[in-house]
Design a binder for this molecule. Structure first.
Ligand SMILES: [Zn+2]
Length: 328
């Protein structure tokens, strides 16, 4: 233990993303005085050793960062611009975010219209830029203001996510050809884990009669998961950026719940569930729980990794729709 290491706040370290996303190597150590910089550098994250000169991969949100970390192994440093819990659709980048992106050797974003806020400045940067959804089979947004545009949430399909993995393997191989075999092996291992999640989704939903396979959520973020799992999807609003929860949207959701005798409805971690609570209050449905889509949780939360996120959502949905959810 180094004597200069500051004591952690209490118990578990709860803000690891601060350290993962802080541009220590180029910006902080150059811009800050020796004392503060050395505190930062000695503060307990081994990946941030002073001589860390691995290529830097910057992603737009935490889900992509976790997938990229698994494909990269130890060969690359992966950072996410948005932090855990951020609302990523209407995010407003800070000057610090722009500096993080400017330090990147490679930039990964989701595409499919998710990161309009990011596209505004990514064109100004020198680093190569890869849209990881480029081989996804897009599903159009079905209703309201977004009609006709692609639904951006392709990562919510374990099968489409394998296209993300393959795009990262190719991008990392271009960036760092010396470790091409490792990136392919890491990608293959991760895709096998995604196959396991798909199997769990299918076997869980197989147990439900077809008339119970109606998924009602706040955001229309589950089109791809619904396609993989044979679910019918309904939602209050199509995309969080256009979040409204108008009386007519709430009335539509109530009608879907009543017409289909839906056992449980759900809402996502990054938005208010108050409109969905009105649906619960007006129907016999239970509140089936919080689903995670646009952000991971902190490490001590329920979905610290993307695979955890998928498994959590699959289990919560299956339990809720079969009337076995905890409810609340
Ligand atoms: Zn979303």
């Amino acid at each position: 233990m180094h004597p200069a290491r500051p004591a952690p706040p209490t118990g578990r370290w709860t803000r690891p993303t601060l350290w993962r996303t802080w541009p220590v190597r180029r910006a902080v150590s150059a811009a800050l005085g020796g004392a503060l910089a050395s505190v930062l550098l000695l503060s307990g994250c081994t990946a941030l050793a002073e001589e860390d000169d691995r290529p830097v991969v910057v992603t737009t949100f935490t889900v992509l960062a976790d997938i990229a970390s698994n494909v990269a192994g130890d060969h690359l440093r992966v950072e996410s611009i948005t932090k855990v819990g951020a609302e990523i659709h209407g995010y407003e980048p800070t000057p610090g975010d722009v500096r993080v992106a400017a330090n990147a050797d490679l930039i990964l974003d989701n595409g499919l219209g998710l990161e309009a806020w990011f596209e505004r400045f990514v064109g100004e940067l020198d680093a190569p830029h890869v849209v990881v959804s480029h081989d996804v089979d897009p599903i159009p947004i079905a209703s309201h203001a977004g009609a006709g545009r692609p639904n951006p949430h392709a990562w919510m399909s374990p099968l489409e996510a394998q296209h993300y993995v393959d795009a990262m393997v190719a991008a990392f191989t271009d960036l760092d050809p010396a470790h091409a075999a490792d990136y392919r092996a890491n990608g293959d291992a991760y895709n096998a884990r995604l196959d396991e999640v798909q199997d769990e989704l299918e076997s869980g939903l197989d147990a439900l009669p077809p008339e119970q396979r109606v998924l009602v959520t706040c955001e229309g973020a589950f089109s791809y998961l619904a396609r993989d799992g044979g679910l019918t999807e309904a939602y209050l609003w199509p995309v969080n950026a256009e979040q409204q929860s108008t009386p007519s949207q709430i009335a539509d959701a109530i009608r879907v719940v009543e017409d289909n005798d839906v056992a449980a409805v759900f809402c996502e971690s990054t938005v208010s569930d108050s409109a969905m609570r009105q649906v619960v209050g007006a129907t016999g449905a239970a509140f089936g729980g919080v689903l995670y889509v646009d952000s991971l949780s902190l490490p001590d939360g329920p979905v610290p990794t993307y695979l955890d996120l998928l498994r959590h959502d699959v289990r919560t949905i299956v339990a809720g729709l079969s009337g076995k959810g905890e409810g609340s």
